[in-house]
Design a protein around this ligand. Sequence first.
Ligand code: ZN
Ligand code: ZN
Length: 618
Amino acid sequence: MHFKPNFLKFLNYLPSNVILQFKPNSLFFYCTKINPQNPKPFILKQCIALLQSCASSFYKLKQIHAFSIKHGVPLTNPLLGKHLIFFSISLSPSMYYAHQIFPQIETPNIFTWNTMIRGYAFSENPKPAIDLYFQMRVNLVEPDTHTYPFLLKAISKLLDVKLGEMVHCNAVKTGHENLVFVQNGLVHMYATCEYPESAYKVFEKMSVRNLVTWNTVINGFALNGKPDQVLNFYKEMSFKGIEPDGFTLVSLLCACAELGALALGRRVHIYMLKVGLIENLHAGNALLDFYAKCGRIEEAKYVFYEMKEKSVVSWTSLIVGLAVNGFGNEAIHLFNQMEGEKLAPTDITLVGVLYACSHCGMVEKGFHYFNKMKEKYGITPRIEHYGCMVDLLGRSRKVKEAYEFIKNMPMKPNVVIWRTLLGACSLHGHLALAQIARAKLLELDPKHCGDYVLLSNLYASEHRWTDVHQVRTKMVKDGVRKTPGVSLVELRNRVYEFVMGDRSHRQDKEIYDKLREINKVLRLEGYVACTKNVLADIEEEEKESALIYHSEKIAIAFMLINTLPGTPITVMKNLRVCGDCHLAIKLISKIFDREIVVRDRSRFHHFKHGSCSCRDYW
Ligand code: ZN
Ligand code: ZN
């Protein structure tokens, strides 16, 4: 049955003792006078029928509500209240209307409580869902199978694991703990609250695991930066014969991107082509992002141009991908194309554009886009955009201007901004400003190891060894540990990890022989180790050997031994590549004729024929 708005208006104009009666299976209706003895049940049924058939907008819902009031249905009626709340929540994410009605209902049933909890769980402010749950328990209403999934969803949004544990206890007490969707909710809650071990405990105990369960646990590990766990679970899942869906593949591709597991990601790509998931926009975007993050920008472009449907996310992913891979001009060109398509860029797109300008030394262009952001695209620059500008100035040796820019920012500069300035100072040797930035950083984030390292490097490059020593002692005293450099490479479907001076690998001897061989050949090419930033006043020779054993060099030596000549090498590194490794890898790419891609903390280096895509500007 479908009613026109005019009809609803007409309903409200009817005298209150006249009601409409519907003939079953017919569009006709007729008016009857209300039986004054018992008007309610009939009106009530009618209101509910109206709600079910024509509550397609809030306006109509309110008209029906008004109609019910006018015809004497009490506000406290639980049946009408239940339907009003249900429809108001399905029509709008705002809980305002439902919130007004709920307290008036006399003894709401469990369905109504659950509807309210669900509404809040999906709203912007999930906190009242928890209050409702407690209120419900005070009113001696027993939770049922539907209560927990919504409640756990709200808790996941609030990231309150203590509360989650309490609800977990209640679920055990009420005997709902063993239901698959309650367990899915628990796994999701623990995973999003960054308790992957607890998530795993629940997962392990589950007797039935559906696709949602696997996706939840896989996604949980992906969110918590545990990509190796993602791969393990995916393997186990395929072993059990469960086919992945779009959600699984998105998590999996994220993990592959993180680890640089190119071969596995490619297999996912083939699988997507086979089962048609390539047309799934989210999975397609994840694939594009994966190739870009693995430094395979050609493949990322291929995925982008093959996509039948492209969203702003797709454009943004490729723009950011091009920018971080050092193809700044192409990133800007693509951005212009996106503008031509009349697509509105997001703030992340603009971060990509500014990043492109910053890493390619396009100062003027960067300022052009920065100044245009608000008026042309309606995006108020956030602290990230200011960060890009500080970086842009810092990288182009305009360290003083960068400091002036920071002083004029409309918001309080955060640690990232000061760290960017400190980085620029250490790159261009500006000690006075470095000390200012360092003082600010000590105030804001005293335990960050990178800052100690940058300042100590700066002192080291000026041979101020007492100062170096002081910084290092303070670092030890404050209990700050230097993040060790880790490089990852993928070989025959396995990811190998190397740390500085790594001697744990079974091919240890071959690797170090290769490293010595590389060093010898490099010397013949006129290579002199760049020892400027080695962190102590040790003898020159010792410093050099410290440099040979940086994790990326060990990883490259390992790959040179184990792959055929001409095979490209991809290395993922968690820290910035040092100047010495950069120079050495350039030469390795020439002498051994290998294309080497290194992804460091902030960008990609594509080494080929003795030069790098960053043009030594990073
Ligand atoms: Zn290095
Ligand atoms: Zn480079």
